[in-house]
Structure formats: C-alpha cells, structure tokens
Write a protein that binds this ligand. Structure first.
Ligand SMILES: *[C@@H]1O[C@H](CO)[C@@H](O)[C@H](O)[C@H]1NC(C)=O
Ligand SMILES: *[C@@H]1O[C@H](CO)[C@@H](O)[C@H](O)[C@H]1NC(C)=O
Ligand SMILES: *[C@@H]1O[C@H](CO)[C@@H](O)[C@H](O)[C@H]1NC(C)=O
Ligand SMILES: *[C@@H]1O[C@H](CO)[C@@H](O)[C@H](O)[C@H]1NC(C)=O
Ligand SMILES: *[C@@H]1O[C@H](CO)[C@@H](O)[C@H](O)[C@H]1NC(C)=O
Ligand SMILES: *[C@@H]1O[C@H](CO)[C@@H](O)[C@H](O)[C@H]1NC(C)=O
Length: 445
C-alpha cells in the first residue's frame, strides 16, 4: 500500500503570517480546555479496584479546587492547574514497551527499525505535563476499563497509525483476533476475546462523501470531489453502537479538491479550473467537520463518547514533501523552540471551533465530546517520523520521505497514555455531572 498522506506547497495568506504561538492559543481557549480536560483529581466515582491495582504515579502537585463558573450548566468543581496536553518530552530509558518482533501490528511503512533507522532515540521519551504526571500506558488497566465496550477510529492513516500503536501496547496482555466484516484493509475490526472489547477502523480521510474526479490532477496526487454537506455513510451508518468514536482528519485536505454544497460547485482548493473560485483549505476542512459532527449528533441510538484527536503536524524541512523536504532531526524540541503556525495553526483552530460547537449541540441530548489534544506534543517531535526508513531504499513510493506518519514504537504511543488518562477521568466526570444534575433538580424544584 502506498503512503496515503501527502502535502503540498502552500501559499500562506498574509492574514496568517503573524500567528500567535500555541501557548497563547491554549490560553485563549482555557475555558474550553478546562471543561474538556479535568485531570489530576481525586479518583472518586470510579471503581476503586481498578485504581488500587494500577495507579502508580500519583500527581506530583497538590490539586486546588476552585469553582469554575463557565456557563450555567457547569459550575461543578474542576481543578485548574493541570492540562495533560501541555508539557515537555522527558527522557525515558525504559521505553519502548514493545518491538517489531513482539508486535505484528506495525504497519510496513512505520516499521522504521526494519528499514534501517540507525538510532532508537526516538522511542526513549515520555510526555511530562506541566503540573502533574501522565502515567505510562498500563495495558491491564486499559482493558479493564474497556471491558465489554467498543472503540472505533474514523479518519485517515494517522488514525490507523494510532490504532496499531494501541494494539502493540496492548499486546503485552492480549492480541486481538481479526473479525473484520470485509477484506478491505480500510475497514478493520478486532476483538479482544478475554475482555469482549471491540476495536474498529473506518477509513474516511475527508469525513464527507468523496469521489476521486481525477487520479492525477494538478499536482499528480488526485483531484477530489468533496460533498461538504453530505457525510460519508461508510462510517456514519456504522458507528451507532460504538462506545468511543475517535475521529480525525487533516492531511488529505491539502490535496486539490472541488467543493460541492447542495450538489453544486461552490469553490475549490487548488483545482486550477478557470471558472471555479479557489478557496482556502480551511473552508473545506471546517465544513467537513461540521457535517461529520452534525451527523453524529443526529444519530438516534448513538450514546458513545466522541473524541476529536487533533491535528498531528508534519515536519518537512528544507522543502515540501515532493520537493526534497525531509525530517532528519534526532531529538524532540523543547516547547520554547518551536510553535504552531501557518496552516497547521489554522487547521487546529478550525477543528477545535467546530468541536466546541458540536459539543454544545451534543450536550442538549446528553452526548459527550472530548478532545484528545495531541497537537502540541506532536509538534515537538520532528524526530518521530519514518523519513526514508518506511520502505526499501529503492522503493518507488509517492511519499519517499515520510514526515507525516509516526514510527512504531515511537512518540505516537503517548496517545494511548493520553487516552487512558481520559478514560480514567471519564468515570469521575460523569459521576460529577450526574451529581450536579441531581443537585440542580433539587435546587430548582
Ligand atoms: C487487583 O488485584 C487483586 C489482588 O491483588 C486481584 O485479585 C485483581 O484481579 C486485580 N484486578 C485487576 C483488574 O487486575
Ligand atoms: C525488526 O527490526 C530489526 C532491526 O532492529 C530488523 O533487522 C528486523 O528485520 C525487523 N523485524 C521485523 C519482523 O520487522
Ligand atoms: C460483549 O459486549 C457487547 C457490547 O459491546 C455485549 O452486547 C455482549 O453481550 C458482550 N458479550 C459477552 C459475552 O459478555
Ligand atoms: C467550468 O468550465 C468547465 C469547462 O470549461 C465546465 O465543464 C464546468 O461545468 C464549468 N464549471 C462551472 C462551475 O461552471
Ligand atoms: C528553552 O528553555 C530551556 C530551559 O528552560 C533553556 O535552557 C533554553 O535556553 C530555552 N531555549 C530557547 C530557544 O529559548
Ligand atoms: C513509479 O510508480 C508510478 C506509478 O505508481 C509509475 O508511474 C512510475 O513510472 C514509477 N517510476 C519508476 C522509476 O519506476
């Protein structure tokens, strides 16, 4: 299979040249983050047997409790001092927790050690949030929490990359069996027999209905018709029974596309057609997320938690993906050494805005939305990509230097640390939300 993700040289509009750094950005959406990432708080509301066995690394700080008044629906207490998604990478000599010989789930193009990557440095880091600790993934604990549940990844090959990392991390406890309903590699389904846990992927890099109008197109990477107001039913008709839906989209929006709304052309992204208006890619990106979230919010029987996994920036340096760009760094950045800017910044903001709107809508019918905000952590890992070690040296592949996907083992394993922490907190959050709801009912009776 050829690597699925490509990027294009971009003309960045002047309005974006002065982009604030991610810290400012995080500050400006603190309120959202506070509602999304309550962390490091006492573990009430969750079955204690789980916590007793597994909580190894207690928070390193004393948690403070301030009533956070955001809107009239959420005045229950939340700690203000730890956002697990803001921090630094720290050396971790104990990693990795699997190898290409212990795990069969590593995708060929992300098996960097097999293709001669000379250093294993990239595996030897862990994420340290500012103000608390993020425990290393505990596969037993994860499987206990998801016992009898189901989780799906909807989106592109970076979502698949995440799922394969999770399978490898879980492989110390159990391997899943392949129970896919089709032979199509884009739609896989796995079952963990001892835990009755189901994991599935639905391929939908644009989230909306798509056709390939031309397999070549202006940049030889295809030209796509995107029906921005029509969700792709390949996933939306399949997710109703899932407990966790982890959704992502990004890199495919860089490709030339023609945007359709109401079945009429409303513009395009780098299609080079004379009579069609060229629109910024965020136009299509925003509408695609809006359509996807609306579809989720209108599923009658869906009760799952929708998790947006935010953009994981690519790291081409010295040129674009098709123009000699490569990622040759051998260690992480510190957070003061780089910042999210340009297109990545715009895309990140766009998806978070659409997420917030969907979260508000979803709340009206009791649906939960959470943010798996991997953007800052991954921004700091230019060293974690396959580069030219995702294939044989003489291979004829479209993306020769892959600075988009992530080597396994590698920094993407941290996404499972985040995910587990979120699942642990989920028990507490829903308990508190229920308490609060009860309290409100009593007060307003
Ligand atoms: C927790 O530990 C107890 C005894 O140490 C054990 O019986 C139980 O199975 C453990 N729970 C899990 C979820 O592993
Ligand atoms: C695993 O990586 C080693 C190099 O560290 C390589 O020699 C071997 O072929 C790889 N094995 C598999 C199954 O990918
Ligand atoms: C497995 O989990 C599903 C829900 O995902 C549930 O409907 C089913 O009854 C469970 N099966 C067993 C054997 O527990
Ligand atoms: C643009 O022009 C092409 C050929 O000139 C035509 O096929 C197409 O329908 C036109 N598109 C619009 C939106 O008018
Ligand atoms: C970043 O922070 C580190 C540690 O706080 C400091 O040593 C380093 O000089 C800083 N680098 C830059 C580019 O500011
Ligand atoms: C590489 O593959 C593409 C199609 O995938 C083909 O058009 C091209 O000729 C190939 N190049 C070489 C050098 O084999």
């Amino acid at each position: 299979m050829k690597p699925n993700v490509m990027e294009f040289p971009l003309v960045i509009p002047n309005s974006l040249k002065k982009t604030p750094i991610i810290i400012v950005l995080l500050g400006s959406i603190t309120l959202v983050l506070l509602t999304i990432i309550p962390i490091c708080y006492p573990l009430l509301g969750y079955p204690l047997y789980l916590l007793r066995n597994f909580s190894k690394a207690p928070p390193s700080h004393s948690t403070t409790y301030d009533a956070v008044v955001k809107d009239d629906e959420s005045i229950y207490e939340e700690p203000q001092d730890c956002d697990i998604f803001t921090g630094e990478w720290m050396p971790n000599p104990e990693a990795p927790y699997y190898t290409n010989t212990t795990c069969w789930a590593i995708h060929e193009h992300q098996n960097c050690m097999k293709y001669g990557r000379p250093d294993s440095e990239l595996m030897k880091w862990r994420w340290k949030p500012e103000g608390c600790n993020l425990p290393i993934f505990n596969p037993h604990q994860f499987l206990e929490i998801v016992r009898g549940k189901s989780m799906t990844f909807v989106g592109d090959s970076v979502g698949r990359n995440q799922m394969q990392s999770l399978i490898c991390l879980l492989s110390r406890v159990e391997y899943p069996i392949d129970v896919s309903l089709t032979k199509d590699e884009h739609f896989k389904r796995f079952q963990y027999p001892s835990y009755n846990f189901t994991m599935a992927t639905f391929w939908s890099p644009h989230l909306v209905k798509t056709e390939e109008a031309d397999s070549n197109g202006p940049t030889h990477t295809g030209l796509f018709n995107l029906y921005l107001d029509e969700v792709s039913e390949e996933w939306s008709s399949q997710i109703e029974g899932f407990d966790y839906v982890i959704i992502n989209a990004g890199h495919w929006f860089f490709r030339p596309s023609i945007y359709y709304e109401n079945r009429k052309i409303t513009g395009c992204r780098f299609c080079l057609l004379e009579n069609v208006t060229d629109l910024p890619m965020y136009y299509g990106y925003r509408r695609a997320f809006r359509t996807a979230f609306r579809a989720i919010n209108s599923l009658k029987n869906y009760k799952g938690i929708t998790i947006l996994r935010t953009l994981a920036p690519s790291h081409f340096e010295g040129g674009a993906w098709n123009d000699g760009g490569n990622c040759l760094r051998t260690g992480p950045f510190r957070s003061n050494e780089t910042r999210l800017e340009g297109t990545d910044f715009e895309l990140y903001m766009t998806q978070v805005e659409e997420f917030r709107a969907a979260q508000k809508e979803g709340k009206k019918r009791g649906l939960r939305y959470r943010l798996l905000d991997t953007t800052q952590a991954m921004l700091l890992r230019p060293d974690g990509h396959p580069s030219r070690y995702g294939h044989l040296p003489n291979a004829n592949v479209t993306l020769y230097n892959d600075c988009v996907h992530w080597c396994l083992p590698g920094p993407i394993d941290t996404w499972s640390d985040f995910l587990l922490e979120m699942l642990k907190m989920e028990g507490i959050r829903s308990y508190e939300e229920k308490l609060y709801a009860t309290d409100r009912k009593m007060r307003f009776r």
